[in-house]
Design a binder for this molecule. Structure first.
Ligand code: SER
Length: 583
């Protein structure tokens, strides 16, 4: 059965049981700044689980687009996905355990025609917070699941909460037996050998957890979630989601285009491409913070694996088309936004390629240096430097080294990495601000001017402007920033005027220390969030600018004199460069 048929059957089945079909919320939560993406169907419904009246009633059903990035590095194995679709049905203080279980069983066995023998279920075993779920147990027996296929587990397996606080409760989970042999006598649904695959989770949400422990909610809710891709995989008798119709065309195309065979890389490309498209479609754009940074990571990892497969990157538009074509039945919006999605992905790919090219040039130098000194191993510091300065991942260095019969010394890499993360704020921030090696009075002035320029560009050109680099000498400042087009004379003039207005109004420069997360949340600007230590310094200039930075800066903008833009030019794809002076 195709994914679209499973989705339609699901929504229609629950509609026939009195549920209103509600639309999927966008991946990017509308009213919840605490999470980056919707990670579960219940997330947009939290206010209603807590008691607010839902305009569509007390029985709801939908499909929800979800992104979970905690195990991004696992993608490439045979099951992890960063994007997935969750089918769900909810009772908001309406039906509870028995009816919910009866409906799930009917849907699985009648609509999807899964034989009873294939199903095992788990229920909550009970503890000091909540008693054993005998109601669920009896309900399963009543619909025909024999005792020996009903298991009890504790909070680790059979309790559900999104994060640390919120509505929660015991759950009952349904498992599909793939028919593989048991891995041991003890093999049961909580084992992840692959015999049992979890297909559906019904949470009986009657509790609320906060710092003080558990309390009862004012109503008893049911929250269920069924993973669409996984169900399609099982019903189609496939071993991995990458073999179902949502992925197989793109997987086949990659296999056709590749020069080096690597199934993990093909999966990573197919998976990250889909997640990225869904995020872009819901308004996400690559950047260096929050969800933008996750999108950037997905797209860069995808590009790296396309390289690993030695696929010609000019084929990317065709790969995107194939992926959209296999997804458009489920998500017609991908088809309507096809060109925009392509543009965002290809722009980001181009930027990354540029980084990689710079890294490769530096790598050649390192390789030659190593050979010239009669060694056959590139030392840890060089490997690390390639990562730190050029964003060149160590696997890539290793791969290139191999081609030149060189080895890489990774023995100390972890230590260097950690040291780098822990490095004093001043040191690391200065390094990455660039060009501040000698910080005389004039350099300090230029440094403050880069912050003002960054802020002014955001006002004049838009919020998409972010710093991409800077370099300061005693004679001038250079500032690179994201912007897709040449600045007009008017834009340049306005920017210059705004900076000078701020300078003249004598704004105080203040500094604060705070946890990195708080800094990001407060909207402080920064380049590479992962490069900062956990506690950061944030420099503010009056109300106009706020940036993570190690300083140093002037105390008041009056000290800067007059700011003048000398030149505006392209730096790389989507990145412009301004050279300016203080006079
Ligand atoms: N909230 C539960 C889950 O995400 C059931 O929908 O598994």
């Amino acid at each position: 059965m195709k994914a679209i048929d499973i989705r339609n059957k699901y929504l229609n089945f629950f509609k026939s049981k009195g549920h209103s079909i509600i639309p999927s919320s966008p991946l990017i939560p509308e009213n919840d700044p605490s999470v980056l993406f919707n990670t579960a169907g219940m997330q947009p419904l939290v206010p209603y689980l807590l008691g607010q009246k839902h305009p569509s009633g007390t029985r709801l059903t939908d499909y929800q687009k979800c992104v979970r990035t905690n195990d991004i590095d696992e993608v490439g194995d045979n099951r992890h996905l960063t994007y997935f679709e969750m089918l769900g049905n909810w009772s908001l203080g309406d039906y509870f355990k028995e009816e919910s279980i009866a409906m799930s069983y009917e849907f699985l066995t009648k609509e999807l025609e899964i034989p009873n023998e294939k199903l095992s279920v788990t229920c909550f075993a009970g503890d000091e917070d909540c008693k054993r779920d005998d109601v669920a147990y009896e309900a399963w027996k009543k619909v025909g699941i024999p005792e020996e296929r009903i298991y009890f587990f504790g909070k680790d397996d059979n309790w559900w909460i999104a994060g640390e606080e919120g509505p929660c409760g015991p759950d009952t989970e349904m498992f599909y037996d793939t028919g593989k042999p048991k891995c041991s006598d003890k093999c049961n649904p909580s084992c992840d050998c692959g015999k049992y695959v979890e297909i559906w989770n019904n949470v009986f949400m009657e509790f609320y957890k906060d710092k003080n422990g558990y309390s009862k909610l004012q109503q008893k809710n049911v929250d269920t979630g069924l993973g669409l891709e996984r169900m399609a995989m099982l019903l189609q008798g496939k071993e991995t989601p990458f073999e179902i119709e949502l992925f197989s065309p793109v997987m086949e195309e990659l296999e056709k285009l590749q020069k080096v065979d690597n199934i993990q890389s093909r999966r990573i490309v197919a998976e990250h491409l889909r997640s990225s498209m869904m995020i872009i479609n819901d308004g996400g754009r690559p950047s260096n913070v929050d969800r933008g940074y996750i999108l950037r990571r997905l797209l860069r990892r995808m590009t790296r694996h396309l390289n690993k497969l030695e696929i010609d990157l000019t084929k990317l538009p065709e790969i995107i088309d194939i992926s959209i074509n296999s997804l458009k039945e489920l998500y017609p919006e991908l088809d309507s936004n096809r060109e925009e999605i392509k543009k965002v992905i290809i722009d980001e790919k181009d930027k990354f390629v540029k980084t990689l090219q710079n890294g490769e040039r530096e790598f050649e130098k390192v390789a030659n240096r190593t050979k010239n000194s009669g060694k056959n191993t590139i030392d840890t510091e060089a490997v690390f430097n390639l990562y730190e300065t050029y964003g060149f991942p160590p696997e890539m260095t290793e791969e290139l080294a191999k081609e030149q019969n060189l080895k890489v010394d990774m023995s100390d890499y972890k230590r260097l990495f950690k040291e780098h993360q822990d490095k004093s704020r001043l040191g690391s921030d200065q390094k990455f601000k660039g060009g501040l090696a000698s910080t005389g009075e004039i350099e300090i002035k230029y440094h403050t001017a880069t912050h003002l320029l960054n802020a002014a560009l955001k006002v004049i050109l838009g919020e998409h402007v972010h710093q991409k680099g800077s370099n300061i000498t005693a004679e001038r400042m250079r500032f690179d920033f994201s912007h897709g087009a040449k600045m007009t004379d008017e834009e340049k003039q306005k920017t210059e005027d705004l900076v000078n207005e701020w300078i003249k109004s004598g704004l105080d420069v203040t500094v604060q220390e705070m946890p990195k997360e708080d800094a990001v949340k407060s909207g402080a600007e920064c380049m590479f969030i992962e490069k900062y230590p956990d506690i950061v310094t944030v420099y503010s200039i009056g109300e106009v600018s706020k940036e993570l930075c190690g300083g140093p800066h002037v105390k008041n903008t009056k000290e800067l004199g007059h700011f003048k833009i000398k030149k505006e030019e392209a730096s790389s794809a989507g990145v412009r460069r301004i050279k300016a002076i203080l006079e």
